[in-house]
Ligand binder design. Structure first.
Ligand SMILES: [Zn+2]
Ligand SMILES: [Zn+2]
Length: 375
C-alpha cells in the first residue's frame, strides 16, 4: 500500500474545487486538532498532523496542485518530475504511516474496482378484485422505467468515444477519507467506483447509460393471490448503470373489498340472514359462490343466530397449490317486523303452546340469573 492511495483533498476534507482560502482554513483546523503539542505522546495524532501538512504543502501551491490534480501522487514520485524531488521522502513517510496505522484494516481491498451495480428493484401496486384473485388473470401494465440507452447500448459513452482512467482514484475506484478517528474507504466520487471515466457523455442519456422509457408488461396473476402477495417480473426493474443487469419489478397485490364475501387466507366468509321459521324448522340455502356455482348449505332445525356453517372446498383456491379453502356461512336469524293480523294470530296461538322447553339456551340463561341474584 503506498501513499498514492490517500487523496489530499479527502485528507483535508475539502472538495476538489475548493479555493486557496478554504484549503488553508481546512488545513489550520486539522493542524490545530492534531498538532503534537496538543496531543503529547499520541503517535496517531502526530501521523495525521504530518499527513495533513504534506497535503497542504501541495495544495497551497497552485503549480503543484495543478500537477497533483492531473497526475495524482505520481506527479511527485520519481520519474514524473512534476513537483520537485525533495517531496519524495515526505510522501513515502506518509505511505508508511498509513500502512502502519490503517494498513491491515482494509485487507488490500483498495486495489479491487467496484463492480457495476445491478439496477434497482421496482414496486408496482395493483388492485385486484376478489373474483380476479379467485380465477387469476392475464393483464398488462404500463410502467415508466429506466431502460438501457439504445444510443450507447448502456455504456454512457458517446458512440465512437472511449474511456480514460479516473484521475482522482487512479483507476482503483476507491478513495480514502478521514472521518474523526478513522480513515474510511469509499467509492470514488468522480468515477463512482468504476476506476474510469468517459471521454464524452452519450447525448441521449447524458452518460447515464439509461433513459426513462414507458414499457408495457404482461402480467400473469395466478389464482389464489392475496393481500401482500408479490409477483416478481425478473429483469423488468430498472436497467443497471453502465450496462449492468436490470433489477426486478415486484407487483404488490391488493385485494379490493367485496360486497358479499370477506376473505381470510383460503376461507371465504359471508353472513346470511334467515327468517326465524327457517332457523326453527331448518332448510337448505343456495349460496352463489365466486366460481359461479351455487353451493347448497343445510341449515339444521333449531340453529341459533351467529352459528357458522362450513362448506368444505368452496372457498378460495390455494395459491400455487391444489384444492380450495372453505366457504363459511354465518347465520343471522331475523325477527319479523311486519306481520299480518293472520300471522300475529298464529304466533299468539303458538305462544299458548309454549312450555318453556323450546329454547334450552335461554332457559339456561335465566337459571344462571336466578343463581347469581337469588331471584
Ligand atoms: Zn446513452
Ligand atoms: Zn475515480
Amino acid at each position: 500500500m503506498s501513499a498514492t492511495e490517500v487523496d489530499f483533498y479527502e485528507l483535508l476534507g475539502v472538495s476538489r474545487d475548493a479555493d486557496g482560502a478554504t484549503v488553508k482554513s481546512a488545513y489550520r483546523k486539522m493542524a490545530m486538532k492534531y498538532h503534537p503539542d496538543r496531543n503529547p505522546g499520541d503517535a496517531e495524532a502526530e501521523a495525521r498532523f504530518k499527513a495533513c501538512s504534506a497535503a497542504y504543502e501541495v495544495l497551497k501551491d497552485p503549480q503543484k496542485r495543478a500537477a497533483y490534480d492531473r497526475y495524482g501522487h505520481e506527479a511527485f514520485q520519481q520519474g514524473m518530475g512534476g513537483g520537485g524531488g525533495h517531496h519524495g521522502a515526505e510522501f513515502s513517510d506518509l505511505g508508511d504511516i498509513f500502512e502502519t496505522i490503517f494498513g491491515s484494516a482494509f485487507g488490500g481491498g483498495a486495489s479491487g474496482r467496484a463492480r457495476p451495480r445491478r439496477g434497482a428493484d421496482l414496486r408496482y401496486d395493483m388492485q385486484v378484485s376478489l373474483e380476479e384473485a379467485f380465477h387469476g388473470k392475464s393483464t398488462q401494465i404500463t410502467v415508466e422505467v429506466a431502460a438501457t440507452c439504445d444510443t450507447c447500448e448502456g455504456s454512457g459513452a458517446e458512440p465512437g468515444t472511449g474511456k480514460r482512467r479516473c484521475e482522482l482514484c487512479h483507476g482503483h475506484g476507491k478513495v480514502r477519507a478521514q472521518q474523526g478517528l478513522f480513515v474510511i474507504e469509499r467509492p470514488c466520487p468522480t468515477c463512482s467506483g468504476r476506476g474510469e471515466v468517459l471521454e464524452q457523455h452519450c447525448h441521449s442519456c447524458r452518460g447515464e447509460g439509461r433513459v426513462d422509457q414507458e414499457q408495457v408488461l404482461d402480467v400473469e396473476i395466478p389464482p389464489g393471490v392475496d393481500n401482500g402477495t408479490r409477483i416478481r417480473l425478473s429483469g423488468k426493474g430498472e436497467a443497471g448503470p453502465m450496462g449492468a443487469p436490470a433489477g426486478d419489478l415486484y407487483i404488490f397485490v391488493h385485494i379490493k373489498e367485496h360486497p358479499v364475501f370477506a376473505r381470510e387466507g383460503t376461507a371465504l366468509f359471508t353472513r346470511v340472514p334467515v327468517s326465524f321459521t327457517v332457523a326453527a324448522l331448518g332448510d337448505t340455502l343456495e349460496i352463489p359462490g365466486l366460481d359461479g356455482e351455487k353451493h347448497s348449505i343445510d341449515i339444521p332445525a333449531g340453529i341459533q343466530s351467529g352459528k357458522q356453517l362450513r362448506k368444505r372446498g368452496a372457498g378460495m383456491p390455494v395459491l400455487q397449490g391444489r384444492g380450495r379453502g372453505d366457504l363459511v356461512v354465518e347465520v343471522m336469524v331475523e325477527t319479523p317486523t311486519k306481520l299480518s293480523s293472520r300471522q300475529k294470530e298464529l304466533l299468539r296461538e303458538f305462544r299458548e303452546t309454549e312450555t318453556g322447553e323450546e329454547c334450552p339456551e335461554s332457559r339456561g340463561f335465566f337459571d344462571k340469573l336466578k343463581e347469581a341474584f337469588g331471584g
